[in-house]
Design a protein around this ligand. Structure first.
Ligand SMILES: *Cc1c(COP(=O)(O)O)cnc(C)c1O
Length: 337
């Protein structure tokens, strides 16, 4: 394969040609406009550029073997974006308008949809645009809502290679009330600890467990899995409530797994992985097996045999089969467009 093959492009580095933009001004959302992807007009005093008033979403549209396109759980992502906007005191996107924007921009970018295992990744983003550099403690009364689309292939270029994860027991991923909010500042906050751990321990990702309580990684939820049993943190404001996490737990319950949702400490995780499995879940990662955990000082722990476990592989394959339309789904998670 040549290096210009788009399938070698890192996740999110390519954009489909069209985007859609709407502005909130004088207490109302204006009409949205479809246009070729291009730089946006942005005043240097815009609220977002100073005070990080920003949130976003990410979900996928799958192209089935018959070339039809199917959006996965769009309603959940819209509800989460509205929740993120509320928590940042940003103008809340109107669900009906956001739906029209997303459907319209998918239609205009239909030709960019890759075949399985690729997908179109849809990225709505909301920016505070009030021009005022003195508004640190004042919400942005104006906003810009943009939807971008990106053709994506495999998130983890290494395929099913088991992940190596550093367990961060000191630093927090983000402010404790914002874990549930998909806002850019959280990723900026996690970057320093993540790069430091990568450098020190050659890990792929960091699992945040401030105070010894397991939360999630920088951009994916964390599940402990074994035959007939899943343990994952119960929903609270400290971490992002993943749609993939919810989907996997629903499917697993229907397959007879006992689903245990509660806080648990690092010590319990280390017991579990002696003969159990661990995995990350998210729209981009789907369900990716963890092979090794590394703790401060570089002590490493193999997760089971160090390979991606059989329950992880099966649950991942079952979710992918639903998304790709190769198995019927009873949940109403897919919407044909
Ligand atoms: C987006 C995200 C997830 C995964 O959410 P999904 O809805 O499953 O894609 C998990 N954790 C964080 C921090 C995220 O930003």
């Amino acid at each position: 394969m040549s290096s210009t093959n788009p399938q070698n492009a890192p996740f999110g580095s390519l954009l489909a040609p069209f985007m859609v933009v709407a502005n909130y001004r004088d207490g109302a959302w204006g009409a949205h406009e479809f246009m070729p992807v291009a730089p946006i007009p942005m005043h240097p005093a815009a609220h977002v550029l100073h005070y990080a008033s920003e949130c976003f979403e990410g979900f996928k549209v799958y192209k089935w073997a018959d070339d039809s396109l199917h959006i996965f759980r769009m309603d959940r992502h819209f509800a989460r974006m509205q929740q993120s906007a509320r928590s940042l005191v940003l103008p809340v996107p109107d669900a009906a308008q956001l739906e029209a924007m997303v459907l319209g921009v998918i239609e205009r970018n239909r030709a960019s949809a890759p075949a399985a295992p690729g997908a179109l990744y849809v990225r709505p983003m909301l920016l505070g645009t009030t021009q005022n550099i003195g508004a640190a403690a004042t919400p942005s009364s104006e906003a810009m809502l943009i939807v971008l689309v990106s053709p994506v292939w495999d998130y983890f270029a290494g395929g099913v290679k088991p992940l190596r994860i550093y367990v961060e027991e000191q630093a927090t991923r983000c402010a404790s009330h914002l874990g549930v909010t998909k806002t850019g500042g959280n990723y900026a906050a996690a970057l320093g600890p993540t790069l430091a751990a990568r450098k020190a321990y050659q890990v792929d990702q960091v699992l945040f467990a401030p105070g010894g309580e397991v939360q999630e990684t920088g951009a994916a939820n964390f599940l402990l899995i074994r035959d007939g049993h899943i343990l994952t943190r119960s929903l609270d404001a400290s971490f992002l409530h993943g749609v993939t996490r919810d989907s996997l737990l629903t499917m697993a319950a229907d397959r007879g797994y006992r689903i245990e949702e509660r806080p648990f400490p690092v010590e319990e995780m280390l017991e579990w992985i002696k003969d159990g499995e661990a995995a990350l879940s998210g729209t981009a990662a789907v369900l990716s097996g963890v092979g090794t955990l590394v703790r401060a000082g570089g002590i490493s722990y193999s997760v089971g045999t160090g390979q991606v476990g059989p329950n992880t592989q099966r649950l991942r394959a079952d979710l992918v089969a639903i998304q790709q339309g190769t198995t019927p789904e009873p949940y109403g998670w897919l919407r044909a467009v």
